[in-house]
Design a binder for this molecule. Structure first.
Ligand code: UTP
Length: 297
C-alpha cells in the first residue's frame, strides 16, 4: 500500500469552548479574534490553500455560526463599499471567499476532545489523506507551515506527519510528546507518542503543535471513542496506534508559531505580525518604544 497520495482536504476543529479567553469568547469564538485585522481562522485557511488544500470542513459547536458567515458574502457591506468606492477593501473581502462548495460545517454536538472533533469529519474525508489545522496555532513564515509539511510528506513517502517544536522541559505536560527516532532533514521518525505526560515521564521535549497530515486509517482507531488524558478523546492516542503501520514523522518547520489560544501567545502574535506589516510597522514600533519595554524588566 502506498501512502503518498495528494492531500486535498483539511479539517479545522473549532468546537472548543475557549475558556482561557473568557469573557471575550462568551459570544465571539476564539477563532474569530483578530491578529492585527484578520481573524486567526482566516490565517489557517490561507495557509491550507497555499499548501494545495481544495476542500475544508470546520468542526463547529453552538455559537460558532459567525465563522460560516465570515467565509460568505456580506451583501449589504459589499454594496456599501462599492457605493463609497472603497475598492481595496471590497477586493480584499471578495478575494478571501472560498470557492463555492469547497467549505463544509459539521457540528460536534458535545466537546469531547480533539480526537472526537476529528472523528466527526470521517464521512467528509472518506478514504483519503487529510490535513488537520488547529486555527489557534498561528504559523507565520514562507512557505507556510502546512506547505512545508506537504513537502516533507512527499519526500518521506507519505504516512502521517505532525508538526513539532522543542519546548522547555516544564512545558511538555501541556502537549503531545514525541519519542524521536532517526532524523533526516527537518523530518524526525516518530517511535511513540504520549499525550500530556508528567515532565519526568516525557520521552523528549519534542512536542506536537497544531498541524497534522493523517491517513484515513485514523478513523478506525478513533471509532473506539476511548478517553485519555483529561478524560477527553485524544487524537494523540489514536495516532500512536498507527505508528509501525505506516511511515510516521514529526516535521520542524521554519515558521514562527504563536499559540493564540492563550493570552500571552495571542498578544505576542499581534505584535510580531504587526511588525511585519509595512502599513502599520513604523507606527507600531514607535508605540512600543513609548511603552519603554526594556525598563519594565
Ligand atoms: P483547546 O485545547 O485549545 O481547547 O483545543 P479549547 O476548548 O478550544 O480552549 P480552552 O482550553 O477552553 O481555552 C484545541 C483545538 O481543538 C478544538 C478547539 O476548537 C481547538 O481548535 N477542539 C477541542 C474541538 O474542536 N473540540 C473539542 O472537543 C475540543
Amino acid at each position: 500500500m502506498t501512502y503518498a497520495r495528494q492531500v486535498r482536504k483539511a479539517v479545522l476543529p473549532v468546537a472548543g469552548m475557549g475558556t482561557r479567553f473568557l469573557p471575550a469568547t462568551k459570544v465571539v469564538p476564539k477563532e474569530m479574534l483578530p491578529v492585527v485585522d484578520k481573524p486567526v481562522v482566516q490565517y489557517a485557511v490561507e495557509e491550507a490553500k497555499e499548501a494545495g488544500i481544495e476542500q475544508f470542513v470546520f468542526i463547529t459547536g453552538r455559537g460558532k455560526h459567525i465563522i460560516a458567515d465570515h467565509f460568505d458574502h456580506a451583501y449589504e457591506l459589499e454594496h456599501q463599499l462599492k457605493k463609497r468606492a472603497k475598492d481595496i477593501e471590497l477586493r480584499g473581502l471578495l478575494e478571501m471567499l472560498p470557492q463555492t462548495g469547497s467549505l463544509g460545517f459539521i457540528r460536534q454536538q458535545e466537546p469531547l476532545g480533539l480526537g472526537h472533533a476529528v472523528w466527526c469529519a470521517r464521512h467528509f474525508i472518506g478514504d483519503e489523506p487529510f490535513a488537520v489545522l488547529l486555527p489557534d496555532d498561528l504559523m507565520v513564515g514562507e512557505p507556510g507551515g502546512l506547505a512545508q509539511m506537504v513537502e516533507a510528506y512527499d519526500k518521506v513517502g507519505g504516512g502521517c506527519i505532525v508538526a513539532a517544536e522543542e519546548k522547555p522541559h516544564e512545558e511538555v505536560k501541556s502537549y503531545g510528546v514525541i519519542a524521536p527516532g532517526a532524523k533526516k532533514g527537518n523530518a524526525t521518525e516518530v517511535k511513540a507518542l504520549v499525550e500530556k505526560p508528567k515532565p519526568s515521564e516525557a520521552p523528549s521535549n519534542l512536542c506536537i503543535i497544531g498541524r497534522y497530515i493523517l491517513q484515513p486509517e485514523i478513523f478506525k482507531e478513533l471509532d473506539r471513542q476511548e478517553r485519555g488524558a483529561g478524560n477527553e478523546i485524544q487524537l494523540t492516542d489514536s495516532m500512536a496506534r498507527l505508528i509501525g503501520k505506516m511511515p510516521f514523522h514529526a516535521v520542524e518547520t521554519t515558521c514562527a508559531r504563536y499559540d493564540c489560544g492563550n493570552k500571552v501567545g495571542f498578544l505576542q502574535a499581534n505584535i510580531a505580525v504587526g511588525l511585519q506589516r509595512p502599513d502599520i510597522a513604523p507606527a507600531l514600533r514607535e508605540a512600543l518604544k513609548k511603552l519603554k519595554l526594556c525598563e519594565m524588566d
